[in-house]
Design a protein around this ligand. Sequence first.
Ligand SMILES: Cc1ncc(COP(=O)(O)O)c(C=O)c1O
Length: 389
Amino acid sequence: MTYDFDRIIERQGTNSTKWDRCTALFGREDVLPMWVADMDFACPEPVLRAIKERTDHPTYGYSFPPASLYESIMAWYQERYGWKLNEEWILFTAGVVNALYTAVEAFSEVGDQIIIQSPVYPPFFSTIRNLGRHVLNNQLLEGENGYRMDWDDLEKKLSGHNVPLMILCSPHNPVGRVWSKEELSRLAQLCLDHNCLLISDEIHCDLLLWDNQHIATSTLSSEVEERTITLGAASKTFNLAGLATSYVIIPDDELRKRFVRWRAGDNQGNMFGYIAMEAAYSQGGDYLKQLMSYLEGNMRFFADSLAERLPQLRMSLPDATYLAWVDMRELGLSARQLTQLLCNEARLGLNAGEMFGPGGEGFQRFNLGCPRRVIAEAVSRLEGALQRF
Ligand SMILES: Cc1ncc(COP(=O)(O)O)c(C=O)c1O
């Protein structure tokens, strides 16, 4: 079927984190929310149908992930990433951040240093710190052609600190990079050389723009596969985050047993999450194809609008995700002034760059997973605010 991504769906009043928490977060109700990473599009039709069918049944007792769900995940990874999974490698978790907490607890000790690469998804910092570990930041480098890894710094940090874990974001939120095979191989080899386990958060891996190809870290070699914990979900791809169901893939038996010992309960997630994920992976290919084509249009539209109407703001087209990382440093404003301008003058609810750690200052993250008309409205609001400013 043909999906209508232009359709405006009223989300206010649905207990939506993105739409119904504006006053609490931005101090006013009338901001246009383009922050947290969920999309304003309807989920794929097969997902809606499968959930409706299940709600017709009058009992909602305990439920477990069926064999057909494992098969749908395995087929998805085989077909898209050439990764042949074994069923027992897949463990269900109640969200990717939840899985990250378990992995950090299972594979490191209080007081350990854990490497991440800022600017990066804020819960990477908070998970490490809340669990009494320390962030060892291998900040990304900003160059003419986008972001790249700082290899000298990474090697120094891995060799000097006895680091048990590194958390990789692949593709990278917020900078939108799809890491190349060369980059991933170099990083994975450094981790192997220094006996550092790799947690590869690949939640955005299906959201590939412009024919980019995602390399699942574990497919680099069997050695890397044994030392990598992959975090995955259908939640970003198909807009299912409220169903709080995701998975980890851990090929190594010992590591998997250890993860299971730390995980609260048997399989996590829930019946609606399982049903939605299976329908999405087994019947959602067509939706994803149309979605990516629409998102490419959104990215181009936004980038072109900024270039024409707001040339002080800079944005490079990302390789993946529906997130635009916009450089506002040329405005010369402090973080507080920028927030004041965006929130109170432009009336936009965005993610401020500082949230993503060092390297994020002066940037804002825009969520473009919305009808194009909403992006046009955001550009007009920005333009008006900057003219007044
Ligand atoms: C890199 C990354 N990991 C994890 C998550 C959140 O996953 P979950 O909602 O399953 O905890 C996000 C959401 O934006 C993300 O960008």
